[in-house]
Design a protein around this ligand. Structure first.
Ligand SMILES: NC(=O)c1ccc[n+]([C@@H]2O[C@H](COP(=O)([O-])OP(=O)(O)OC[C@H]3O[C@@H](n4cnc5c(N)ncnc54)[C@H](O)[C@@H]3O)[C@@H](O)[C@H]2O)c1
Length: 437
């Protein structure tokens, strides 16, 4: 009897993607080069965009979407046509930082209603250990009337792609795979090997794979928090943190992390999934939550330092003209969800400053919808008292001092180079009040 993998390869069976965002879309497009793929998303508008060859995530690009054979649909019934399902829906947190499993539960319901015997369901969404087996499986069983382990199988394979990163892509990053039993693991591994050139790591269980993902991002968050704490300390000492890190970084085992704002829906969110589950088990996280607190306060800290530098430069704070360059949660990516730049904006407003914001890469509609923020054309920014260079978009990284001068009015120029993109000494020599984390 043919295996599901063989049937997929022969195009006797199809693969489905449930959730076509930053993660789901590149996977769908990659698989569609090898096997038949149904791409399902609840968002009918998004599906229409994909159908007309537009990729709002810019992860695969319009040309690749146009050339792709993914069968895009917002009609859940079409999921019945597929036997191998990959779920890549969001896993945000609520306002109180507890996991919001609504999208994962909703996707499980939809998939459950349309699940057929012999299917394999693989979750990719980042979750705490246990969500796949303890939360998703009961929903799949209830909605489908099928029994997990007998009628359908499950697996988990966390996603490691890094939006905006053209080097570390789905094909080039080793992928962790897991399955509820050996046969499922083998099937999941073989299917992913079709598109992941870097190969797969077969984790010993679904919970191990879930835990591995959530700690990768927690580790990053903690390391950045340590850098942010150092930055606060060195700022008080009048020492430049970047120079300290350059010096310390010459030791072979010094880890290369940098201070900065931690936004987005992964690094700043995933640690809460782990601490939530730990809390349920009676353990109150110390290191992970301390790191979160430090990182969450950095936007406010940057705004306060903008104000302090304005005062030191003899500028009136109320109604000071401040421009923020960059609004997305990270460089070279249109995504503004959970950006920490909004914390700078809100804190500046508390001081009576309404900053202008320019971001040539950001999704302007999303920013307006989420934060009520309107962008200013970067070429219209002039006569500023202070400029906050907040995101390391390529457009900003080759700014010359002449270009920077053009943003300012008379008097001392206050510049906050949050990512340390510019040459500090050059700006200080030119009389700037230069500050960086
Ligand atoms: N973006 C990243 O950098 C990244 C990296 C690694 C892992 N992850 C994880 O991958 C998961 C997906 O993240 P993303 O960035 O792709 O999210 P996203 O918001 O870009 O995309 C998710 C898509 O799922 C759709 N959706 C929501 N509920 C649905 C449902 N019930 N049925 C069908 N579609 C539904 C949404 O319309 C959206 O298009 C999250 O768990 C995230 O933590 C993200």
């Amino acid at each position: 009897m043919k295996t599901l993998y063989e049937k997929l390869m022969n195009r006797e069976e199809k693969l489905s993607l449930v959730g076509l965002g930053y993660v789901g879309m590149p996977i769908a497009v990659a698989f569609a080069k090898k096997i038949d793929v149904i791409g399902f998303d609840l968002n009918a508008k998004k599906i229409e965009m994909y159908k007309s060859g537009i990729d709002p995530t810019r992860e695969v690009g319009d040309d690749a979407v146009k050339a792709s054979k993914v069968d895009f649909t917002a009609d859940e019934i079409r999921l019945k046509e597929a036997k191998f399902h990959i779920v890549a829906v969001p896993t945000p947190v609520n306002d109180d930082h507890t996991p919001d499993l609504t999208p994962v539960e909703s996707a499980s319901k939809i998939l459950g209603r349309n699940l057929t015997k012999g299917s394999v369901v693989v979750f990719e969404s980042t979750v705490y250990p246990g969500v796949t087996e303890d939360v998703c499986v009961p929903i799949l069983e209830e909605e489908s009337g099928l029994k997990c382990g007998e009628d359908f199988k499950i697996g988990y394979s966390p996603e490691r792609i890094n939006p905006g990163d053209k080097v570390h892509r789905l094909e080039t990053i080793k992928k962790i795979v897991s399955g509820m039993d050996e046969e499922t693991l083998d099937c999941v591994a073989k299917v992913y090997e079709l598109v992941v050139d870097a190969g797969v790591h077969r984790a010993e269980s679904i919970k191990v794979a879930e835990a591995a993902k959530v700690i990768e991002n927690s580790q990053r968050d903690i390391n950045i928090a340590f850098m942010n704490e150092l930055s606060i300390i060195f700022n008080k000492m009048g020492i430049d943190t970047k120079s300290v890190l350059e010096a310390a970084g010459t030791k072979w085992n010094f880890l290369k992390f940098y201070p900065g704002l931690v936004g987005g829906h992964c690094i700043g969110v995933d640690p809460y999934y782990l601490t939530y589950k730990a809390e349920m088990l009676g353990y109150h996280s110390q290191i992970i939550l301390s790191g979160r607190r430090i990182n969450d306060d950095m936007g406010k800290y940057c705004a306060e330092n903008c104000v302090k530098n304005l005062i030191a430069a003899d500028k009136s704070v109320k109604d000071a003209k401040v421009a923020i360059l960059g609004f997305t949660f990270k460089e070279n990516c249109p995504d503004t969800r959970n950006t920490k730049i909004i914390d700078i904006v809100n804190e500046l407003k508390e001081y009576g400053i309404t900053p202008l914001i320019a971001d040539p890469q950001a999704d302007a509609d999303e920013a307006k919808h989420l934060y009520g923020v309107e962008f200013t054309d970067i070429n219209a920014i002039k006569d500023m008292d202070a400029v906050i260079l907040a995101v390391a978009h390529t457009e900003f990284s080759d700014f010359t001092i002449d270009r920077m001068n053009g943003f300012f009015g008379d008097g001392k120029k206050v510049l906050l180079d949050l990512k340390g993109l510019l040459n500090r000494k050059e700006y200080e020599a030119a009389g700037y009040s230069y500050w960086r984390l």
